[in-house]
Design a protein around this ligand. Structure first.
Ligand SMILES: Cc1cc2nc3c(=O)[nH]c(=O)nc-3n(C[C@H](O)[C@H](O)[C@H](O)COP(=O)(O)OP(=O)(O)OC[C@H]3O[C@@H](n4cnc5c(N)ncnc54)[C@H](O)[C@@H]3O)c2cc1C
Length: 466
């Protein structure tokens, strides 16, 4: 078989994963075509193909670093256009697992803005790349193959309903959770990937507000996590245009209502009162919109023995996480970097090598999110020894972190996907937890840190986020 040419790469899906794939492919292929069923907007508006874009999004510090590598100056440009760009521990209020993290410089710059804004910033950069073309309003119908051994092109229905065939040397599937690759593999006689599924039964609802001035103090975001006794989550974050977005979520059927009164009553039932406090006197700008996310899903492409040449999969199409941890865009960015490395080393991106490489980038985020999900006793799943240890340890770490800057920083760097979760188990950190727990005889036991009044934001501090 002749070596695959580097003439034309086609990316299926023009959301975050597809855009990042297009960015790295543009370095190695003469022509890159990005296909999406939506007409991609020129302004910051929601689009049908990305319904999750109506809900709170933040880009984790690791994601910021990768985007800055791929698009130099992007983060500063986004900040200039109004997005919040700053240290995620200094300027956000974190209340995970019934504890309140210490405010400190974590060395973890993140980005907070609406999802359509962030995608629009990245899309504008990708559109400007030489050789990249967008085919909008085009629905992918299938792939062409040579006897199922190699993918050679894409079949699509274009804007006017015509059936079109596009020849391609490489196709990257970035169509998200609904990816058809497992079905196509089965049709061509391959084994589809095994799936790890965690049935979290998450329901979310989101509403935007104009807050009274100073309502959030210096903070760009308040993030209240769930506890085993109260599987409810709330994230109130700034948007690039001065509004704020509140996403409420509940696991295993504890779904937030979408009527305005029920929505705010749910906000008041969160493990801490910070969000309710910030909402006092706020002007709601719309009605709550709902989103359902039944399960976190990881497709184990790296375990397949056989896979057709000329096809790769990237982003949520490979792995989609419980959204409350805010990992998806960063994990997609890490996968794009793995693809770039591979294209630098091999003329022909070998699927086996690619899937093993991206599995390594997914593992830490998946392990962290899976353990956190399985900390809720009613979520079905096997609790391995590793998960049981993590879930016995983490509440202790967080209880100690509420008194200790170093532990707060260590935790937030793991949440930000900068450091690996295993580092939390370092002997010096264990010793610190033991020492703090002993010294603070009145330390709140894990998950008991319910407080509806305490608010550590220094209100006189001027927010650097606006
Ligand atoms: C409620 C919620 C909140 C989240 N919050 C965060 C957060 O704070 N931080 C974070 O990093 N991540 C977050 N995520 C995850 C994040 O949104 C995704 O990981 C990210 O969007 C990457 O997705 P993707 O590009 O792989 O797929 P998607 O965003 O699902 O995009 C798929 C694209 O493919 C197109 N498409 C699909 N099928 C076809 C077809 N047949 N023909 C043509 N086009 C097609 C769609 O139109 C779409 O543009 C959140 C997710 C949810 C659900």
């Amino acid at each position: 078989m002749p070596p695959q040419a580097r003439d034309h790469a086609v990316v299926l899906g023009a959301s975050m994963a597809g855009l990042l794939a297009a960015r790295v492919l543009a370095d190695g292929y003469r022509k890159v075509t990005v296909i999406d069923r939506d007409i991609l907007p020129g302004s910051v508006v929601h689009r049908r193909g990305v319904p999750h874009g109506r809900h709170h999004h933040a880009l984790q510090p690791r994601g910021c670093a990768v985007l800055e590598d791929l698009f130099p100056g992007l983060i500063a440009q986004a900040a200039q256009a109004g997005a919040g760009a700053g240290d995620m521990l200094r300027h956000c209020r974190w209340l995970p697992c019934g504890q309140r993290l210490r405010r400190a410089d974590g060395g973890v710059p993140g980005l907070i803005a609406s999802r359509p804004f962030l995608e629009g910033q990245v899309r504008a950069r990708v559109r400007a790349l030489p050789g990249v073309t967008f085919l909008e309003g085009s629905r992918i119908a299938g792939l062409d193959t040579t006897a199922g051994r190699r993918v050679t092109g894409v079949q699509l229905q274009d804007q006017v309903g015509d059936q079109v065939r596009l020849a391609a040397d490489l196709v990257v599937d970035a169509t998200g959770r609904g990816s058809r690759t497992p079905v196509w593999l089965a049709e061509w006689g391959y084994q589809p990937p095994a799936e790890d599924r965690i049935q979290i039964g998450l329901g979310a609802a989101t509403r935007t507000y104009r807050l009274r001035p100073g309502a959030l103090g210096p903070d760009a975001m308040i993030h209240i996590g769930h506890t085993p006794d109260n599987p409810r989550i709330g994230v109130l974050g700034m948007l690039e245009d001065g509004r704020h977005m509140l996403t409420l979520a509940g696991i295993l059927g504890h779904h937030p209502p979408t009527d305005p009164v029920g929505f705010e009553t749910f906000a008041a039932s969160l493990p801490f009162g910070d969000i309710s406090h910030a909402l006092a006197g706020a002007q709601p700008l719309d009605n709550p919109v709902a989103f359902r996310f039944p399960a976190a899903v990881r497709r184990r492409y790296e375990d397949l023995q056989q896979f057709p040449d000329g096809l790769l999969v990237l982003g949520d199409a490979v792995c989609s996480f419980n959204p409350v941890y805010g990992q998806g865009m960063t994990v997609a960015a890490n996968q794009a970097l793995a693809l770039r490395r591979l294209l630098g080393q091999h003329r022909q991106p070998d699927p086996g090598r690619y899937f093993r490489a991206i599995a390594k980038t997914i593992n830490p985020a998946w392990d962290f999110a899976m353990s956190a999900d399985l900390a809720l006793p009613d979520i079905p799943g096997i609790r391995s020894r590793k998960v049981r240890i993590a879930n016995a340890y983490l509440p202790r770490l967080l209880a100690a972190a509420s008194f200790d800057v170093a532990l707060s920083v260590a935790y937030i760097r793991v949440v930000g996907l900068v450091d690996r979760p295993l580092g939390l188990l370092r002997p010096d950190r264990m010793l610190r937890i033991w020492w703090i727990t002993r010294r603070k005889a009145n330390i709140a036991p894990p998950h008991a840190g319910v407080s509806h009044t305490r608010n550590v934001a220094t209100r006189r501090e001027v927010s650097p986020w606006h």
